[in-house]
Design a protein around this ligand. Structure first.
Ligand code: ASP
Length: 338
């Protein structure tokens, strides 16, 4: 919604909650609303929507939403995902609520739902991030079962192929064409589309925002590598006064510009979610240079406090799922720059 219109409404004493029926440049303002990255977002949104439509908290919605993706064995999120170079699946996740509380786990092994461990870090420890063995130890202490250390059939095939070539170069939109993350050089022979990160942001009926992000990171990454997804301000950021944003794609380049924090700050300056995402993508291209940027993909999605949403990416091929009603859960293509 244009800032001027919002200010006028505010000055009339109309509360933010009652704005849901007013029109914005992008149509009727939506609330509750949940959006998430890539095709897997459709199923994840359904679970999030169940919480939101019942008047539930956005925080519960974004946790339960991405848990669906973490449970999927056909996805590059969760324990079915591609391993690192040493053949071990390590997972990253973070979560942030409407009060600015946040929690994160990095490189956690043998845990099915890293997003829930991230939430426990947020709610039960004085810290924001736990990584590696310490994160796993905390999860076990909290009662999370330790799963078997075993590759899914898809990941096993994919890893065996990768070992033959032992390459380590980014491939644009590999999620669309080959099934695994932006670093993965090999084709999955299942022919399925698998996406490697799910980022989700939501606003609930009370107007509160939260977000979650969970991933196996880059396929065949160096052991110990963390991307943007577990880093607050890079893979995910929420400011309940303004909006929320999440990212997918080559994490190193998202970290370099503190991507989602930048998106939220741009919304604070009055930009729409879509334009804020666009500016952040432009920043990556400026920092990295156009030629090198052609070799990578990054996509941002965002929502604002008024229930508007948008997404933008470097290259054609990124999409996100948008849900704001029982019968409104659909894919939208991210606009792109290069
Ligand atoms: N952003 C994730 C990472 O760099 C991967 C992805 O979203 O494709 O770990």
């Amino acid at each position: 919604m244009e800032r001027r219109k919002f200010l006028t409404l505010s000055s009339l004493g109309i509360s933010a909650l009652s704005l849901s029926s007013f029109k914005s440049a992008k149509g009727t303002l939506r609330r509750p609303l949940v959006i998430s990255t890539w095709d897997a977002g459709i199923e994840a949104n359904k679970a999030a929507w169940k919480v939101l439509r019942g008047g539930g908290r956005a925080l519960d919605a974004v946790e339960q939403g991405v848990m669906v993706t973490e449970s999927s064995q056909n996805c590059c999120v969760g324990l079915g995902a591609n391993p690192d170079r040493d053949g071990i699946v390590t997972l990253d996740a973070c979560i942030m609520d409407e009060l600015g509380n946040c929690g994160s786990v990095g490189a956690i092994e043998r845990i099915k739902h890293p997003i829930s461990v991230a939430r426990r870090v947020m709610e039960k420890t004085p810290h924001v991030m736990l990584v590696g063995q310490g994160a796993q130890q905390f999860a076990v202490e909290e009662g999370f079962p330790l799963e078997e250390q075993k590759l899914s059939p898809d990941a096993k095939r994919s890893y065996e192929n990768w070992l033959k070539k032992n390459e380590y170069k980014p491939v644009i939109n590999i999620e669309k064409t080959q099934g695994h993350g932006p670093f993965a050089p090999n084709k999955l022979d299942t022919g399925e589309w698998n996406h490697d990160t799910i980022g989700m942001v939501a606003i609930d009926a009370n107007g509160n925002l939260s977000g979650s992000c969970t991933t196996s990171g880059a396929g065949f990454k160096m052991r110990g590598r963390l991307g943007d997804s577990p880093i607050i301000g890079a893979g995910l950021f929420v400011d309940n006064e303004i909006g929320a944003a999440t990212a997918t794609g080559q994490g190193e380049d998202v970290i370099r510009i503190c991507g989602t924090h930048l998106v939220v700050e741009l919304m604070r300056q009055g930009l729409s979610p879509e334009n804020a995402c666009k500016k952040a993508v432009e920043r990556i291209i400026k920092v990295k240079g156009t030629e090198k940027s052609k070799q990578i993909q990054v996509g941002f999605i965002a929502i604002n406090k008024q229930g508007e949403y948008g997404g933008y990416c470097i290259q054609k091929g990124f999409n996100f799922a948008v849900c704001y009603a029982d019968d409104k859960n659909f894919m939208e293509d991210g606009k792109y720059i290069l």
